[in-house]
Design a protein around this ligand. Sequence first.
Ligand code: GMT
Length: 396
Amino acid sequence: MVPNFAPSSRTTINMRIGIVCYPTFGGSGVVATELGLELANEGHVVHFITYDRPVRLGTGRANVFYHEVRVSDYPLFDYQPYELVLTSKLVDVVKHERLDLLHVHYAIPHASAAWMAQQILRAQGIRIPFITTLHGTDITLVGRDPSFEPVITFAIERSTAVTAVSASLRNETCEHFPVKREIEVIPNFIRTEHYDTPPDPLLRKRFAPNGERLLVHVSNFRPVKRVLDVLDLFLKLRAKVPSRLLLIGDGPDRPAAEAMCRANGTCGDVLFLGKMTEPEEVVASCDLFVLASETESFGLAALEAMASGVPVVSTNAGGIPEVVEEGVAGLLNAVGDTAAMAAHAAQILKDDPTLRRFREGAKRSAKRFDIAKVLPRYEALYGKVVQEVKANGVHQ
Ligand code: GMT
C-alpha cells in the first residue's frame, strides 16, 4: 500500500476524478487502485465506483471515496444487468460529486457503461469526458469473442481518450479491432520504495529450511497463466537445483495444479499459499519469479517482483519483453518451452554472484516504471481531456 504523503508542490490543477475498475486481485484493479491513491496523495479527489471495495484500497485515506454499485436480485432477471446499474451510479456520482472526468479500467463493461452515462448526462446539460485504459484480457481474450466486438470497438472509438498499458497491447488492439483512433501507451507503474523490504530470514527458513532456492509464482490461476507449465519447469529444475516453489493466488487451474503435484510426488516442495493482499512480503524473500503466461499485456506481478529485487523467468508473450529486460532482470522463452525455462532458471540460480547480478539488475530495471515517471502522464492526459470537452463538448 502506498504511504500517505503530503501533496507535492507541483503545478497541476486538482481534479475530481471517478475511477471504475474490477475490485478483485487482478492487475487492472490493482493498477486502478494504486493510481487513485497516488492521485489522492497529489491532492486530487478520487471516487472509486465499483461493486466491491477494491482489495488494495484500505480505509481512511484523505481525498478517497468509495461508491458501491449494488445489483439487486430481482427474480425476473436470470442475469442481473450490472452494466445498467453501474451506468446509473456513474450518472449519480458525476452529478452529485461534480466530477471532472471518469477513468475506466478494462473495456468490458466499464467503457460502454461510461459512454451511456456520458450520454444521459449530456441530455441533462452535463459534459463528462471518460478515459478508457485497456489492460489485456479485455482485448486479447474476452475482446476476441466476436459477440463482444461491436461493443468494444464502439466504446474504444467513443472514449474521450484511450490508453493501453503496453505497446504490444496497443498493437494487438489495432490488429483485432477496427479502431482508427489514437491509443496512448501509458505503462503500469509501481512505487519502487514500497518494495525495498529486504528478504526476511525467518520466512526463508520456514519456506526453504535446507537452504533451497525459492521460486515463486503469483497469479489468478486462469488457463492463460499456464500454471501447469510453472510446475513442469519446477520439476525439471529441481532435478538439478535443490529448490522449492511457492504458489500465491487462486483460481480455476488450482485443482489441476494440486493434482499434478500429488501425481508426481512434489507436494512437499510446492506450497500453495492462496490469495494474499500483500504478496510482496513473501515475494521479496524468494530467489526467482516464474511467469509462464500464454499472453500477458504487461505482467504487473513480474514488475512487482523485480522491484523487490527478484529476477524473472518468463515467456516472451505480449508486453512481457517491454517489462522484463532480457539478460538484466531475467530471461525469456517461447510459450510452453518449459525445458528452456528450467535451463534459464538454473542459469540464474547457479551461484550467488550470478543471482546477485540479476537481483540488482531487476531492481534497477523496475525503476523505469516508478510512479514518479508515470503519474504526470496520467495527469497531463486528464487535463487535456477536461479542456477538450470544455472546448468541444462530448461525442454523441
Ligand atoms: O490476467 C490477469 O492477471 C488479470 C488482468 C486484469 O484484468 O487485471 O491482468 C491484465 O492487466 C494487468 C494490469 O494492466 C496486466 O499486468 C496483465 O498482464 C494483464 N493480463 C493479461 O494480459 C493476461
